[in-house]
Each structure stands twice: as C-alpha cells, then as structure tokens.
Design a protein around this ligand. Sequence first.
Ligand SMILES: Cc1cc2nc3c(=O)[nH]c(=O)nc-3n(C[C@H](O)[C@H](O)[C@H](O)COP(=O)(O)O)c2cc1C
Length: 195
Amino acid sequence: MAKSKKILIIDGHPDPKSHCAQIAEEYEKGAQKGKFDIKKIDVRDLKFDPILHYRKASAQNLEKDLKDSQKMIKWADHIVVIFPIWWGHMPSLLKGFIDRAFTNGTVFELKKGKRIPTPLMNGKSIRVIYTQGAPRFYTRFVLRDSVWKSIKTNIFEFCGFSPVARTYIHDMHSRNEEAVGKFLRKIFDLGLNGQ
Ligand SMILES: Cc1cc2nc3c(=O)[nH]c(=O)nc-3n(C[C@H](O)[C@H](O)[C@H](O)COP(=O)(O)O)c2cc1C
C-alpha cells in the first residue's frame, strides 16, 4: 500500500479569529477526511523571537519551537502555508518565522565555491493560500502580480519546492457569509485531495 502523504499546515495569521485561521482549519478538516498524515504549526502560538538580529541565522540560539518546526518542514511531503497580505507581503510574524527557521542546512545549503545555494526542499510541493483586500484586477493590472512573483520565486522556489501552487482569495472586505462559505468549501476540497 502506498504510504500516506505527509502534510504540514502552517497558519501564518497573527489572529486566531481571522479568515486565514478558518481556512487553515477547513483545510485540516478536509485533509483529515482524506486520511492524510497531518501536522500543523500555528505560528502565533510559537515561542520565539521573530527578529533575526544577526547577519547569520546560526549566530542566534534557535528556540525549541523553531527546532521542532524545522523537523516538521523536513518531515513533510507537502506544505500548505496560509496568510493575509499586509502591505504587499506576508505579516511580519510569518516573515520572522521564515527568517529564523528557513536556515542554511534546513531548506538550502551554502556550498564553498558555489555562487548559488543548493535547494534542500526538492521533492516537496507547496501550496500558498493568501487572502487580500484588493480586487483581482488590481493584482493583475496595477501590481502585475508582483506580490506573488516575489514570494514564489524568492522564498519557495529558491528552497526547491515544486510545484509552488497558489490559491488567493481577493476582495476579502466585500465578501458576505455565503461567499466565505463558498471559498471555504473549495479549501476543504483542497485538503481532501491533499493538494
Ligand atoms: C496592516 C494591513 C495591511 C494590509 N495590506 C494590504 C495590501 O497590501 N493589499 C491588500 O490587498 N490588502 C491588504 N490588507 C487587507 C488584508 O489583506 C485583509 O484584511 C485580509 O486578507 C483579510 O483576511 P483575514 O480575515 O484572514 O485577516 C491589509 C490589512 C492590514 C491589517
């Protein structure tokens, strides 16, 4: 029998009462129904300093919660990371988690004589789910999708994740209960199918 896909859900919203937290729960419910092997990190509940104070991450003592998170990242076949867009990027808490936990030797490796680091996340896929206030046309025609291109290329492709899929939910401020229910059902299905 094929072994079950190992899925790590990372909820990067600082507020447990957010739509993103609901999305993370709904994905988890779907994945449970799909009988996947699941672990979850709620970044807001971790005890760690979200500021990297040095030019090298290794200069800063790694808190236990970050060590455990690194183990989970290595363990997973598929990662789902969820956050809202704040000022054109992820919230600083999640960015701080990435600065501190995505270290040399964990998600990439610096090798002597090589100008480009070696990715260590090859063979793992990732889905990025984000919410935003702006409408879709603004993303496409004004921003030229720069937010996504930056996050996808600079962080996840750099580490070797492939494919780097995305689901983004726009117009968050004008969605009524029915519209929220509709996208939550889509998120459940993503979990159910382990995507
Ligand atoms: C500090 C802050 C900055 C924001 N910046 C942006 C932005 O740059 N682009 C955008 O489309 N929406 C922006 N928003 C709107 C959020 O993306 C939106 O409120 C969120 O996605 C709703 O989902 P939630 O309930 O999970 O927070 C911002 C909201 C906050 C609080």
